[in-house]
Design a protein around this ligand. Structure first.
Ligand SMILES: O=C(O)CCC(=O)C(=O)O
Ligand SMILES: [Fe+2]
Length: 351
């Protein structure tokens, strides 16, 4: 146990805030390997994570043409007839399609009592092969992706983007280690085979807001981090530490990252997992793509050594990521729960 635990930090004087609220981290110097760049960006990250929980990334190195292609694929997918999309209905691994009003946000206190969500989504995970050991072992959340049969190029463009975001996620890990006073490779083992989940989210135009029916109800993410691309249409609101809901603008060429519950847990609740929600009262359809970046499901999440001290002991017992995540899925996705029950081995059916 370290003598004194890390705490919240002051805003670095060079750190820019978008919309007066949300830090903008410049990855350019770090990705270019400039000396000392990791220290500067780790300082910004520590401030953003302990005070806001959301931050934009600029100069992240992902070409705009690749982003445009994956949004074009999202539009192609969501234009398919509903019955075509239902052929890919979400399965026990939370892979596939879920339609409007088929999910309910129950895992967050803030989402309690809200109506089913208006959004629909296509979910993909790591594109594993049928002979992958985890697939053969039937490990939960390690299944094969489902792909539409009639959209040539779809799988390639979606996975090209997912692979690029996976690489970006890995490049961020040493910055988290630096911010948290940990050895540079601290997170590497947990992310050797990360548990990825990416969604092509679609929000129809919502003419009005009745106070309880959201595109996506208030919630926190059950992730390590989420890397979101909002394309052009805003609609995401985040709840500031002082309780206001503010719109996170769709900034061209920027990703919006948020700390998830898992990283909050890992850091002994030092990093904020900030509530957010979506209401699309713009006059047009909204597409967004969250990339949920998570460690291997077998990872044991135990309070980091630099986040605890005699004065600030660990607040939570260790838990494996699979247990932590399964609880969340069971709360929110009734169709996944049904699929899980259908696949449960007979021997454990009554337990
Ligand atoms: O669509 C968005 O902008 C946010 C999506 C989101 O919060 C989620 O899928 O968890
Ligand atoms: Fe979210």
């Amino acid at each position: 146990m370290s003598p004194s635990a890390l705490g919240r930090t002051e805003r670095p004087s060079t750190l820019h805030l978008a919309a007066d609220e949300i830090p903008v981290l410049d990855l350019g110097p770090y990705l270019a390997g400039e000396p000392g760049a990791i220290d500067a960006v780790a300082r910004d990250l520590l401030y953003a994570s302990t005070n806001v929980g959301f931050y934009y990334l600029k100069n992240h190195g992902i070409p705009q043409s690749m982003i445009d292609r994956v949004f074009a694929e999202s539009e192609r997918f969501h234009r398919l007839p509903e019955e075509e999309k239902q052929k890919l209905k979400i399965d026990k691994n939370k892979i596939g399609y879920f339609g409007a009003e088929s999910t309910v946000t129950r895992h967050s206190e803030l989402g309690k009592g809200t109506k089913p969500n208006l959004y629909s989504a296509f979910c993909v995970r790591n594109d594993l092969a049928a002979d992958d050991p985890d697939v053969l072992a039937g490990k939960l959340f390690r299944g094969l992706n489902q792909w539409p049969g009639n959209l040539p190029g779809f799988r390639e463009n979606v996975m090209a983007y997912s692979n690029a975001l996976e690489n970006l996620g890995r490049r961020l890990l040493p910055i988290f280690s630096r911010a948290l006073n940990l050895p540079p490779d601290f997170f590497d083992a947990a992310f050797r085979k990360p548990l990825l989940n990416m969604q092509l989210n679609y929000y129809a135009h919502q003419p009005d807001f009745d106070g309880s029916q959201y595109g996506l109800a208030p919630h926190t993410d059950r992730t390590f981090i989420t890397i979101l691309c909002q394309a052009k249409v805003p609609g995401l609101e985040i709840r500031t530490a002082d309780g206001r809901w503010v719109v996170a603008p769709a900034l061209p060429g920027h990703f919006l990252v948020n700390t998830g519950d898992l990283l909050r847990l890992w850091t002994n609740e030092l990093f904020l997992s900030t509530p957010h929600r979506v209401i699309n009262t713009s006059q047009v359809e909204r597409h967004s793509i969250p990339f949920f970046f998570n460690p291997d499901p077998d990872t044991v999440i135990e309070c980091l050594p630099t986040c605890q001290s005699a004065e600030r002991p660990a607040k939570n017992p260790p838990v494996t990521y699979s247990d932590y995540y399964e609880w969340f899925v069971r709360q929110n996705y009734p169709d996944v729960v049904t699929a899980m029950a259908a696949h449960r081995p007979a021997a454990s059916a009554s337990s």
